[in-house]
Design a protein around this ligand. Structure first.
Ligand SMILES: NC(=O)c1ccc[n+]([C@@H]2O[C@H](COP(=O)([O-])OP(=O)(O)OC[C@H]3O[C@@H](n4cnc5c(N)ncnc54)[C@H](O)[C@@H]3O)[C@@H](O)[C@H]2O)c1
Length: 436
């Protein structure tokens, strides 16, 4: 058997493997702790001082990691967090989980990946396996990451190995934590892929090899583009159905009874987070460099981006029906995070809804059990602690995110009008609840 594969297999068997995870965010932190649970030594590299401080204070900042889990990991002696890249010098495997946002006019910003990898390349040992997990456009691993190591005199397949493996985590999804989600891996060589399969095999039952890093990069973009387009489609159909006086929720519910060939998607105020709104635009951008314009991605993005404005229009109509103007109307936004029960405000459509309502002259407040303060650009608000008297003061309560633990019956009892963009009330109480 090949020496590297043999060495790595032996280290895994003898629990002598060392892993470094760069970026302890929604992706990197749960991934790191999965290995810690299997008694693998993990060093987490994090440059955000607040996040590091939080770990030192043994307080988790990721909804999917409890303080108890974090404490157990620290106490096990298998996990440490650091801001010093020299701490990865003994790592056999380096996993890169840093952000990949957009810049300017929807352009990919892979500067976080490049800077993390440049720093790592100064410290990695010979024979290390580097795996990029950050979502990015096809070709990044080969065209952008490989040259960073080559510039340092490393030869792929001799001095180090390189792979791409998309993270597919779904924050808040208790049914599918990291170890239950099959992992796709594509290396710059077959040997790189096999090494990565051995490593992920420690924590995940099903590891699926693909023929190249480029294919693995595209797998993730296909998954998220599929979601974007289907959400755009159902958003458009919900607007159409409203005009035609058809209940879209009832339609989706009934269509979902088909046991094959249909998957339900639901309308909403837009999409947020660090994945669906931007990943397809990475693909769109790369395709352009091949002279290809993806019409589906542009169309779905446009429809979804219109949703906050559409919801405000519907709220205005609902108020007008009750002889109330939107100007100076008091509106309470319920839920400001992009997703139910997840403390993440990135690209949250609730923020666009708040801004749009304000442009229409409404007086906006919000209530969110997990976001006590909202300070974003022009917005500087404190979450309203709800009681009957406070709810009665609002002209409309707009459910933007359907967090658990909210007193929805209390809202229903006391609100003058509710606009339900998440189907919390299942189309009931029509006299008071308008539904998207
Ligand atoms: N959030 C999700 O649901 C999700 C799911 C699948 C894939 N992804 C992808 O995974 C990647 C990471 O996303 P995330 O949500 O975890 O982001 P995040 O912002 O929560 O975490 C990234 C972390 O990397 C740190 N970081 C940045 N540069 C660094 C450096 N040079 N050294 C050390 N740490 C550094 C940041 O401080 C941050 O804490 C992105 O490419 C994203 O598209 C995200």
């Amino acid at each position: 058997m090949d020496k590297f594969i043999l060495d790595l297999s032996r280290k895994i068997k003898n629990k002598k493997l060392e892993i470094a995870v760069i970026g302890l965010g929604y992706v990197g932190f749960p991934l790191a702790l999965e290995f810690v649970r299997k008694r693998v030594m993990v060093t987490g590299l994090e440059i955000d001082r607040d996040r590091l401080k939080s770990i030192i204070n043994r307080i988790s900042y990721i909804s999917d990691i409890s303080n108890q889990e974090l404490r157990a990991s620290l106490d096990s002696g298998y996990f440490k967090a650091s801001a010093e890249f020299s701490d990865i010098k003994n790592a056999d495997v380096i996993m890169v989980c840093v952000p990949t946002p957009l810049k300017g006019k929807n352009l990919p910003d892979i500067s976080f990946i490049k800077s993390a990898v440049k720093e790592a390349a100064l410290h990695i040992k010979k024979g290390a396996l580097v795996i990029l997990e950050s979502t990015t456009y096809p070709g990044t691993t080969e065209e952008e990451i490989l040259p960073i190591f080559e510039d340092r005199g490393f030869t792929h397949g001799k001095d180090f190995y390189l792979c791409f493996s998309p993270e597919r985590i779904d924050p808040g999804n208790k049914k599918f934590p990291v170890h239950k989600i099959p992992k796709v891996v594509g290396g710059l060589s077959l040997k790189a892929t096999r090494l990565a399969m051995l490593v992920y095999g420690i924590i995940i039952k099903q590891v699926i090899p693909v023929s190249s890093a480029r294919c693995a990069e595209t797998v993730k973009l296909l998954e998220n583009t599929y979601r974007l387009i289907n959400i755009g489609l159902i958003d458009e159909l919900s607007m159409m159905a409203h005009k035609m006086k058809i209940d879209i929720w009832e339609v989706v519910g009934a269509a979902s009874t088909k046991p094959f060939g249909f998957m339900p998607f639901y309308p909403g105020p837009g999409v947020g987070g660090h994945c669906i709104p931007k990943d397809p635009l990475y693909l769109h951008w790369k395709a352009k460099s091949f002279g290809f314009h993806s019409r589906f991605i542009s169309l779905a993005s446009n429809v979804i981006n219109y949703m906050p404005e559409y919801i405000v229009k519907r709220v205005e109509e609902a108020l007008n029906k009750r002889n109330k103007k939107i100007k100076n109307a008091k509106i309470l936004i319920m839920g400001v995070t992009y997703k139910k029960d997840i403390k993440d405000l990135r690209k949250s459509p609730s923020i666009d809804v708040i801004n749009s309502l304000r442009r229409h002259g409404a007086i906006v407040a919000y209530s969110d059990p997990i976001i006590p303060y909202l300070k974003l650009n022009e917005i500087d608000l404190k979450s309203v602690v709800l009681n009957a008297g406070k709810i009665r003061k609002f002209d409309c309560v707009l459910i933007a995110t359907d967090h658990s633990g909210v007193d929805y019956p209390g809202l229903l009892k006391n609100a003058k009008l509710i606009f339900d963009s998440r189907n919390v009330f299942r189309g009931k109480h029509k006299e008071k609840v308008e539904r998207l």
